[in-house]
Design a protein around this ligand. Structure first.
Ligand SMILES: NC(=O)c1ccc[n+]([C@@H]2O[C@H](COP(=O)([O-])OP(=O)(O)OC[C@H]3O[C@@H](n4cnc5c(N)ncnc54)[C@H](O)[C@@H]3O)[C@@H](O)[C@H]2O)c1
Length: 348
C-alpha cells in the first residue's frame, strides 16, 4: 500500500468545518490528517481535538514543526497569496480555496513559484465536480447544443448585514473578500467560462452596494467570449426573503439547459433536438446538498492525492483557477472605469 499523504488545513472557519475535515476523513486511506492551523488559538485547539490532529497557531509554526505533503489554505481570500507563497517556498503542494487570489498578479505569483518548485497547485472549484455539471459539460463538448449563443447566470441570494460584520468583518472588505461577484459568484463565473470553453474577449459590468460595506452586494455583467457566446451575470445578495436562485442556462441552436438548485445541482430545463445518453444520466444525477458548497470537495481531495502520486489525471490547477480571477479583475476594472475591458490581462 502506498504511504498516506500528510495533510494540514489552515483556517478553521466555515468552509473547513463544512467541507474539508469531512472530505479528508472520508479519504482516510489516502490522507493522514496531521494538523489544523488558525491564528485563533481556541478554534485551532477545538478542531485539532475534533479531527484528531495537532493544533498550530501560525503558518510559520506549522511549516517548521510538521512534515507535509499537502496544505489546504482556507483563510480569507486576500490572505491566500501570502500563506501560499510560504508553503510553496518549502516545496509543499497547495490546495487553495476559491478564489485562487484577488488579482491576476497574485495568481501569477503563486503559479510561478509552484512551477519553479515543481509542486502541485489545486484551486477549489468544487462545483465542476457536481454530477449535473459534469453531464452538462459532456453535452457541450460533444456539440449537442449546436452553436451556442448565450450563457446566463442568475444568482439571487440573501446575505444580511451580520454576514459581513462577523468574523472580524473580512467579508465586507475589498482587499480580503470582494463582494457578491467574488465571494459568492466566483463558482458561477468559473462555471460559465468552463462550459463556454473559449477565452473571454471583452467584459462590461455595473456594480452597486446597498449595505454600509466596501464591497459590491449586487450587480450585472456581460462577458463576450472569443467563440461569440455572450454571457450575462445578474447577481445579488439582496433576494427576498431567502436564497431563491443560483442558476446557469446554456442556449444553443439545438438545445437549451438550465441548472439551478443550491449549487447547480437541479435540472430546471433539459431539452435537446437529438437524444443521447446524457438525457438518461441526468435523471440520476440530481442531488440536494445541505449547503451551497455541494459535495465536490470530496472529489477535489481524491484527485489531488492521485495527482500528487504521479497519476496523469485532470485536476483544477493554478492556470484553471486563474481564469476566474482574470474575469473578476476585468469585471471590477470595468465597473471602476465605466469602460469595456478587453482581454488578455497580465502576462499570460
Ligand atoms: N468552496 C466554497 O464553496 C467556499 C465556501 C465558503 C468559503 N470558501 C472560501 O474559504 C476561505 C475561508 O472562508 P470561511 O468562510 O471559512 O472563513 P472563516 O472566517 O469562517 O474562516 C477563516 C479562518 O481563517 C483564520 N485565519 C485568518 N488568517 C489566518 C492566518 N494568517 N493563518 C491561519 N489562520 C488564519 C481565521 O481565524 C478563521 O478561523 C475563503 O477563501 C472563502 O472564499 C469557499
Amino acid at each position: 500500500m502506498e504511504k498516506k499523504l500528510k495533510v494540514a488545513v489552515i483556517g478553521c472557519g466555515r468552509v473547513s468545518r463544512t467541507a474539508h475535515y469531512s472530505s479528508i476523513k472520508e479519504h482516510s486511506q489516502l490522507y493522514e490528517f496531521v494538523g489544523v492551523c488558525d491564528t485563533d488559538k481556541e478554534r485551532a485547539d477545538k478542531y485539532a481535538l475534533e479531527t484528531g490532529s495537532k493544533a498550530y497557531y501560525s503558518a510559520d509554526d506549522l511549516i517548521e514543526k510538521q512534515e507535509l505533503d499537502l496544505v489546504s489554505i482556507n483563510v480569507p481570500n486576500g490572505l491566500h497569496v501570502e500563506v501560499a507563497l510560504k508553503f510553496a517556498e518549502r516545496g509543499i503542494n497547495l490546495m487553495i480555496e476559491k478564489p485562487l487570489a484577488m488579482t491576476v498578479e497574485d495568481a501569477d505569483r503563486i503559479i510561478d513559484i509552484c512551477e519553479r518548485k515543481n509542486i502541485k497547485l489545486f484551486t477549489i472549484m468544487q462545483n465542476r465536480y457536481n454530477a449535473t455539471n459534469k453531464i452538462l459539460k459532456s453535452c457541450v463538448d460533444k456539440g449537442r447544443f449546436g452553436r451556442i449563443s448565450t450563457c446566463n447566470v442568475t444568482v439571487s441570494w440573501r446575505r444580511e448585514l451580520p454576514y459581513y460584520t462577523e468574523d472580524h468583518q473580512w467579508r465586507s472588505r475589498r482587499d480580503l473578500a470582494g463582494g457578491v461577484f467574488t465571494n459568492q459568484c466566483v463558482h458561477y463565473i468559473d462555471m460559465m467560462q468552463w462550459l463556454v470553453g473559449a477565452p473571454p474577449e471583452t467584459v462590461y459590468a455595473k456594480m452597486g452596494t446597498i449595505y454600509p460595506i466596501e464591497v459590491e452586494d449586487h450587480g450585472a455583467g456581460i462577458i463576450k467570449f472569443k467563440n461569440s457566446v455572450i454571457g450575462s451575470l445578474v447577481l445579488t445578495n439582496h433576494a427576498y426573503p431567502l436564497d431563491t436562485e443560483g442558476s446557469i442556462t446554456i442556449i444553443g441552436e439545438r438545445g437549451m439547459v438550465k441548472l439551478g438548485g443550491k449549487s447547480m445541482n437541479k435540472v430546471v430545463q433539459w431539452d435537446f433536438v437529438d437524444k443521447d445518453i446524457e438525457d438518461d444520466q441526468i435523471k440520476e444525477a440530481e442531488t440536494n446538498p445541505p449547503t451551497v458548497y455541494g459535495f465536490g470537495h470530496l472529489e477535489m481531495y481524491e484527485r489531488a492525492a492521485r495527482s500528487i502520486r504521479g497519476e496523469n489525471i485532470e485536476v483544477i490547477d493554478g492556470r484553471e483557477g486563474r481564469k476566474a480571477v482574470a474575469l473578476l479583475e476585468a469585471l471590477y476594472l470595468s465597473d471602476y472605469s465605466g469602460k469595456e475591458i478587453r482581454f488578455p490581462l497580465g502576462k499570460r
